[in-house]
Design a binder for this molecule. Structure first.
Ligand code: SF4
Ligand code: SF4
Length: 419
């Protein structure tokens, strides 16, 4: 917790922001404990404090402190400074908002959404990890969490276009499709940007990037800072409106897709004037239209479903459709698809440095799953999953490989001149 927080003011603000609908939902928990085994943080540690139901505690205690017989008499247990410190770690560092626990909850409690709302209440009270907050503020002030300003975007696109002899249009008038980026890709995995461009160009899509709205990863949402969430969302919406595009594509980033696809209209308070696709959904659409042919990718491999794209996003089958006919030795993990295990870095947890040790423990679940398939190549469609697992791979000295589905598609594309 930052030193500047006035504890009593923080408590009052947090308690004041916890509304009745959320509290009623949390109160419906029957303490069955089924969610424990569903959560990778519990699985990796066996520590009862990581049982998802425990993440309802902030809402429950805050609400009970001001309602009911004891609350109204002023004798209910109060929220304390120690509570806020404990909840900060629980709600920010050890929940990826992956939604796996909801699959097993008999009461259908969506702990991922409750975590999101609790983050908003904590952040409004000034409570949250300093590095996650800095990523959000950097997004607001400089355009992206990793400092990808509009000028840097333009420079890097020019450099990538020259180096790869490819057209990567920026602010192109008359374009029908706006492609956004995750700055993780631009700064760490630029081949992913080039690959998206190559595939869209090959399919004859009339597309562009925008210097006004490019960063799709919304650290305002992830940090609970609603004002920044709205600013980041509006940048893309207004850029799309200015270009008059009908389609916005979210790149290989799971939470970016979740926010723009499912939250954005509520965040800005009006319907989106365009369709939102994850890049895998859009490429699957192009493949169905017969726009691609691929050389076979012959290495044995498996696929990691990013939670926000598969379980929470619904694009589970599109990824498999893209792999069909391309991967000659594809093997599913167990569990997989909508029941996948999270990478451990979603929901902004990747940006919280102190969470690294527990993320590395969670990574072991994934590497064990990969080993069971008999492969050592793990393909995915989210740069944040990739970064989380790349870091864990280095820290744990895992010998496998992490690949991007878009990069494999682009590098195995049969170009028209290859015919
Ligand atoms: S949403 Fe995911 S990370 Fe959060 S408690 Fe549930 S299973 Fe665990
Ligand atoms: S599975 Fe649902 S009802 Fe059971 S303890 Fe977890 S949150 Fe509560």
């Amino acid at each position: 917790m930052t030193d500047q927080v006035n504890v009593q003011a923080a408590v009052d603000k947090f308690v004041g922001l916890v509304g009745r609908p959320l509290a009623t939902w949390a109160e419906s928990c029957v303490r069955c404990g089924l969610c424990a085994e569903a959560c990778h943080f519990y699985q990796a540690t066996k520590d009862p404090k990581y049982t998802p139901a425990w993440k309802l505690q902030p809402i429950l205690k805050a609400h009970r402190s001001k309602t009911g017989f004891l609350g109204l008499l002023g004798i209910a247990p109060k929220v304390t400074e120690a509570d806020l410190t404990e909840w900060e770690e629980l709600i920010f560092d050890t929940c990826n908002m992956c939604g796996r626990c909801t699959l097993v909850c008999p009461m259908g409690i969506d702990i991922a959404s409750i975590t999101g709302a609790t983050r908003q209440a904590l952040a409004s009270a000034g409570i949250g990890p300093a590095d996650l907050f800095a990523a959000a503020e950097n997004s607001r002030d400089r355009g992206s969490p990793l400092g990808l300003t509009p000028e840097k975007l333009e420079d890097r696109l020019e450099w990538l276009a020259d180096d790869n002899e490819i057209d990567l249009p920026l602010d192109k008038e008359g374009a029908e499709v706006l492609l956004t980026v995750s700055s993780i890709e631009m700064m760490k995995y630029p081949d992913s940007i080039v690959s998206m461009g190559k595939l869209l160009n090959h399919a004859g899509v009339n597309w562009t990037f925008s210097s006004k709205g490019y960063e799709s990863t919304n650290f305002g949402y992830l940090s609970g800072k609603s004002d920044i969430a709205k600013t980041m969302t509006l940048r893309i919406v207004e850029a799309a409106e200015a270009l008059k595009v009908k389609t916005v594509i979210i790149p290989e980033c799971g939470h970016a897709y979740g926010v723009m696809r499912w939250q954005a209209a509520n965040v800005i308070g009006r319907p989106l004037p365009f369709e939102v696709f994850h890049i895998t959904e859009y490429l699957a659409k192009l493949k169905r239209e017969g726009k691609f042919e691929f050389k076979p990718f012959d290495e044995p491999c498996t696929y990691h479903d990013p939670c926000q794209i598969s379980r929470r996003g619904g694009a589970t089958e599109d990824a498999r459709y893209l792999l069909e006919g391309l991967m000659t030795d594809f093997r599913e993990m167990t569990p997989t698809a909508n029941s996948n295990w999270c990478c451990g870095g979603g929901g902004g947890v990747q940006a919280i440095a102190r969470s690294a040790p527990i993320r590395y423990k969670v990574f072991k679940i994934k590497t064990d799953q990969v080993a069971e398939t008999g492969t050592d190549t793990l393909v995915s469609a989210c740069a944040n999953c990739r970064l989380t697992m790349d870091e864990a791979k280095a820290a744990t000295k895992w010998g496998g490989k992490l690949e991007s589905i878009v990069e494999i598609m682009a590098s195995h594309l049969i170009e028209k001149d290859d015919d």
